[in-house]
Design a protein around this ligand. Structure first.
Ligand SMILES: [Zn+2]
Length: 227
């Protein structure tokens, strides 16, 4: 398990840089994406992007520090409207230090078709199993959405939220950013495969299990090589 980051200006700037990177990569749409990182020596606090602030206007002081369990402070800057599922994921996944959410176009398109991404390509294993699962539809920001996301990702590192977008977790913020971009690429492949007359051939559970095992063989913290 990686340890949580201290709440320093550098950690806050890394979150802002992550948001700006998502803008540059076309992963974010407007102010819809949001990022959180676990902080503190006990790992029971989190930093999260504020609500409705464009990334290029965000400064380190604007990030919201709040508990992983419990309500945000009643005064001061308001956290992202999606703070509930960020909180639910950090609480349910002590092995994970960061959560990234985006309405990236391809992943969101599949989420709007209300289907999971199946094992069309071995990189689906980056998300911990043979699919990127789909939650039910719930109002954005709701407790029901947070509960569904945490349950859906109990054994996965990412999911699609019906008619909404994508969310991933990471052992580090960099790992979470890597996963959100891989999820967007995978969703694009899926849409391309399914747009033609020949459907994709799905990998078997045994084949995916083999890939998951091979990924695990790499040292933690070292990016999985592109194979
Ligand atoms: Zn959203």
């Amino acid at each position: 398990m990686t340890s949580s980051a201290p709440d320093t200006r550098a950690t806050r700037q890394a979150i802002i840089d992550a948001c700006l990177w998502m803008n540059r990569r076309g992963i974010n749409q407007g102010t819809s994406g949001n990022v959180s990182v676990r902080v503190g020596t006990r790992g029971d606090r989190m930093l999260i992007t504020p609500t409705a602030v464009p990334y290029d206007m965000m400064t380190p002081e604007m990030l919201v520090e709040m508990p992983v369990t419990g309500e945000p402070a009643a005064t001061g800057p308001r956290p992202s409207s999606e703070w509930r599922f960020h909180q639910a994921l950090l609480a349910a996944r002590p092995d994970m230090q960061a959560v990234v959410h985006a309405h990236s176009p391809h992943a969101t398109a599949v989420a709007c078709q209300r289907r999971p991404i199946e094992a069309i390509h071995y990189m689906v294993a980056v998300f911990g199993g043979a699919d990127v699962p789909l939650t039910g539809y719930h109002l954005f920001g709701s407790e029901a959405l947070a509960r569904d996301v945490a349950a859906t990702m109990a054994h996965r590192h990412g999911c699609l939220m019906a008619s909404h977008g994508a969310v991933v977790v990471g052992e580090t913020l960099d790992k979470a950013l890597w996963r959100i971009e891989e999820l967007e690429a995978l969703a694009k492949m899926d849409l391309l495969c399914r747009a033609g007359p020949v459907p994709p051939v799905l990998l078997s559970d045994a084949e995916i299990a083999q890939v998951v095992q091979s990924f695990a063989a790499y040292r933690p913290g070292v990016a999985i090589p592109e194979g």
